[in-house]
Design a protein around this ligand. Sequence first.
Ligand code: HEM
Length: 410
Amino acid sequence: MPSRIMLSPADIATLDLTDPRTHAEYDLSEVWRHLRRTQPFYWHPSVGGAPGFWVVSRHADVSEIYRDDKRFTSEKGNVLTTLLMGGDSAAGMMAAVTDGPRHADIRKILLKAFSPRALEGVVDHIRQSTRELLRDAVAREECDFARDVAADIPLTAICDLMGVPEADRAKVLELTATALGNDGAAQSPVAAWQARNDILAYFGTLAEERRRNPGDDAVSVLATGLIEGRPLTMDEIVVNCYSLIIGGDETSRMSMTGGVLALVEHPAQWRALKSGEADIATAVDEILRWTTPALHFGRTAMEDVPVGGQGQVIRAGDVVTLWSDSANMDEEVFDAPERFLLGRTPNKHLSFGYGPHFCLGAYLGRAEIAAMLTGLRELVASVELRGDTRRNYSNLLSGITSLPVTLRPE
Ligand code: HEM
């Protein structure tokens, strides 16, 4: 697709951040720069009868609100769609939309599945499967990087993390693709809804089994975990299983694919990767900053909060959205933020959020990008674009869904 049209700050009055087209078809960097400088707390007008909402664009303010789960709750939803509908049906059960002691307890249980020991095998498998996928793609020379390389890595990792048996994998992958709309085909919302219910039912059955016969996978830790001596309900178990899939699939795919596009567009950085000048761990964080797969998350104010020093007050009940794609480009925090630099340090990007809800899968997400960079460094001499790229249409997930490239072997 053609590159995105730069939206001018003069067009802010017509800006609709709820519309997926705004993010897929327009480059908002000038608008964000303007908002950071002049209206760091911008009131977004109501769209289609839904409430208006605050748009927070500065790194310092976004971090502060992420950190403050007392005055800014996730329990009424944490993304625009649910926030504007007035709530999330998983509130109080799923970690991402639960606050306070209950959140801390669920998170503690989930963390057991993310311990370095539990993740060792998952990460080994990520390295091995990424290498194999890249080797196959290089052998064919031409591929769609999004579909042929990046697509399977995150879901395979999540299935490993949850201990999904080999025999069920194809079914789980297919249901997930349908539920999340990843399979490219125009599909009905009913099919997506049905697939989501099938996944929840599948994890319900798996959790029953793991209660009887636990391992150290995520389903087992949820199925056997106790809070104040009581097990989690089946609803709590299955929504948290589902959250690992929705949290870890598209985000990681978008960062891997967007990372490759960034390397194609910045040949000096590709050379730095190839020569070994770029450290992989540092490069991973620059890819996360540059791609910012999750454009925003959001909260609801629990009390009146004065902000911004301009006499503005966020009122109790207001929806407050935090835009990481702006915060990650904040010139107050990043030197030359508009430059893609694999060696950037420090790099305090907010791509994984911040504070009590900081991404549980950050280590895994980083491991996937690192495996891809290592594979590119070792197996691929050059990457060339050989057709139009396609972007995701969403107000939440930003990235490339199709990246046709030629990979020349080393
Ligand atoms: C939370 C981004 C990978 C599971 C979050 C949040 C962000 C984020 C921004 C904070 C949400 C909020 O504050 O409301 C990403 C990105 C990823 C990634 C950019 C990849 C590049 C993963 C993976 C998993 C995962 C691989 C699991 C397999 C979760 C969970 C939460 C979360 C469970 C909720 C944590 C809590 O509320 O305590 N993620 N994520 N994420 N992420 Fe990720």
